[in-house]
Design a protein around this ligand. Structure first.
Ligand code: ATR
Length: 270
């Protein structure tokens, strides 16, 4: 029997997840279906219940429901607990709703495996301190950077995250005007790009060999990727690889098989 999966969000119309999971299923010979479900802002818990009532096996959760999914889950993985968000749901053998997050591990896999970028002993700047950033801090710190600095418009939010993750590594926080020196890796996790804006990172933070990474992606280079390239960065990547990698990690959680992401990333770029 075909196992049912879906992604829930609002909006959801432009989600690439159905195409990604269809490609994974074909590649691995898994008999699954995967659809996008538009959920009303106040209807998330009901939508999950209904999905399960129709034999749904697992869900991806996207904006704006990741925190609600975290609250709804009966069981959370440690990384989801620390992220305060869930992007992957499934029901275990006892029919308990289990929540995990694969965004952070997806981003780190994209950087390290797909692009061959070392994070160990590196000086990393993470820009932004919202839910997206909180979701990537644990796997980033696990990669063993020398220093991880979070810079945010609202400095207090960056400080809060630094305190929350302090036991995992060398993490500190500041406002944009206190960013000093250059970095080996800069990751943009702000929502500034949604309105075509740039977070005010000083150009001096970027060297030729700085790896710049935008967690966002688009058909065109994102505002941040464009700006980093203008500052002379030779490597400026968008978050399409992260999207495919987080999907692969969810697929692995559900199906126990790890799909090959390279052809799927290539297909989406095309
Ligand atoms: P998400 O779930 O996408 O992380 P969020 O939790 O609302 O969304 O966080 C958005 C992040 O983008 C925050 O770090 C926000 O900065 P503030 O905490 O100061 O609000 C940041 N952000 C949004 N627009 C920005 C802009 N124009 N310039 C700089 N930072 C911006």
């Amino acid at each position: 029997m075909t196992d049912r999966y879906a992604v829930m969000g609002n909006p959801i119309g432009h989600s690439k997840s159905p195409a990604i999971h269809a490609a994974f299923a074909q590649q691995t010979g898994q008999d699954i279906s995967y659809h996008a479900i538009l959920v009303e802002r106040d209807g998330f818990a009901d939508a999950v219940t209904e999905f399960r009532a129709h034999d749904g096996q697992g869900l991806n959760i996207t904006v704006p429901f990741k925190q609600e999914a975290y609250e709804l889950a009966d069981r959370l993985t440690p990384r989801a607990q620390r992220a305060g968000a869930v992007n992957t749901l499934y029901w275990n053998g006892e029919n308990l709703l289990c929540g995990d997050t694969t965004d952070g591990v997806g981003m780190v896999r994209d950087l390290t495996l797909n692009h061959g970028i070392q994070l160990r002993d590196k000086r990393i700047l993470v820009v932004g301190a919202g839910g997206a950033v909180r979701g990537v801090l644990e796997p980033l710190l696990e990669a063993g950077p020398r220093e991880l600095l979070i810079a945010n418009r609202t400095e207090a939010k960056a400080e809060q995250l630094a305190t929350l993750f302090a036991e995992l590594g060398a993490i500190s926080a500041c406002g944009f005007d206190a960013i000093e020196g250059s970095f080996d890796v800069i990751i943009n996790g702000t929502a500034a790009g949604l309105s075509g804006e740039l977070p005010p990172v000083p150009g001096t933070a970027i060297r030729k060999d700085t790896v710049c990474y935008d967690m966002m992606y688009g058909n065109q280079p994102t505002t941040f990727v464009h700006w980093c390239t203008e500052q002379g960065a030779q490597t400026a990547l968008d978050g399409l690889g992260m999207l495919v990698e987080q999907a692969a990690e969810s697929f692995f959680i559900w199906r126990g098989i790890r799909p090959d992401t390279a052809p799927v990333i290539q297909q989406l770029r095309g």
